[in-house]
Ligand binder design. Structure first.
Ligand code: SME
Length: 167
C-alpha cells in the first residue's frame, strides 16, 4: 500500500473508532478496508474463544473456515505466535488454508491486549505479494483500536456466526 492511501485511511480509522462499541467497530472496519483498498479482496475478523478462532464480520466471498483451531492455517500460526504474518505467495506456504482459489497472498494481524491474543484481522488478496510494511502498520493500528474497544466493552464480544458485510 502506498503512503497516500495509508494517510487517508488512518484518519478515517481513528474517526470511526472513536466511541464505537467493539462489535460495531469490527463490522465498520471490515467494510471500510474492503471498500477502500482495491487489493483487499477478502477482509475478515476472528475472535479467539476456547482455543479456536471464530469468524465474525467479513467482506468478500463466504469462507469455509469459520472456526480455526490455533494449530491450523496462517490464522492459527499468527494467533499462536501473537505476531503479524505476511505471506507473499500462499501456494508456497504449507500452513495455508484455502478460502478462494483466486487468493495469491495474505496478511494476518493479531488483536492483542498486552500479550493476550483476543482475535485477529485476516486479509486475502488476489494479487501476489500484495502486502507491505504499510499495510501491516495500518492493520496493527486497527487491531489496537479494536483491542481498546474490547477492553471497554461491558461483556466480552463474541460471534455466534459469521456476518457478511456489504462493502
Ligand atoms: N487462509 C487462512 C484461512 C482463512 S481464509 O483465508 C478466509 C489461513 O490459512 O489460516
Amino acid at each position: 500500500m502506498d503512503l497516500d492511501r495509508v494517510e487517508a485511511l488512518s484518519a478515517d480509522l481513528e474517526r470511526i473508532a472513536e466511541d464505537r462499541p467493539a462489535m460495531l467497530l469490527m463490522r465498520a472496519l471490515a467494510g471500510l478496508f474492503k471498500a477502500r483498498v482495491p487489493h483487499y479482496h477478502w477482509v475478515g475478523i476472528y475472535l479467539l474463544e476456547g482455543g479456536e478462532l471464530h469468524l465474525g464480520p467479513y467482506a468478500g466471498a463466504p469462507s469455509p473456515h469459520v472456526r480455526i483451531p490455533l494449530g491450523q492455517g496462517i490464522c492459527g500460526a499468527a494467533a499462536s505466535a501473537a505476531r503479524s504474518i505476511i505471506v507473499p505467495d500462499v501456494a508456497a506456504d504449507e500452513r495455508y488454508l484455502a478460502c478462494s482459489l483466486a487468493t495469491r497472498s495474505e496478511i494476518v494481524v493479531p488483536i492483542l491486549d498486552g500479550a493476550e491474543v483476543l482475535g485477529e484481522i485476516d486479509i486475502d488478496s488476489d494479487q501476489p505479494n500484495a502486502f507491505n510494511e504499510h499495510d501491516q502498520a495500518l492493520l496493527e493500528r486497527a487491531a489496537s483500536l479494536i483491542a481498546g474497544a474490547i477492553r471497554r466493552a461491558p461483556h466480552p464480544p463474541r460471534w455466534e456466526e459469521p456476518e457478511a458485510i456489504s462493502a
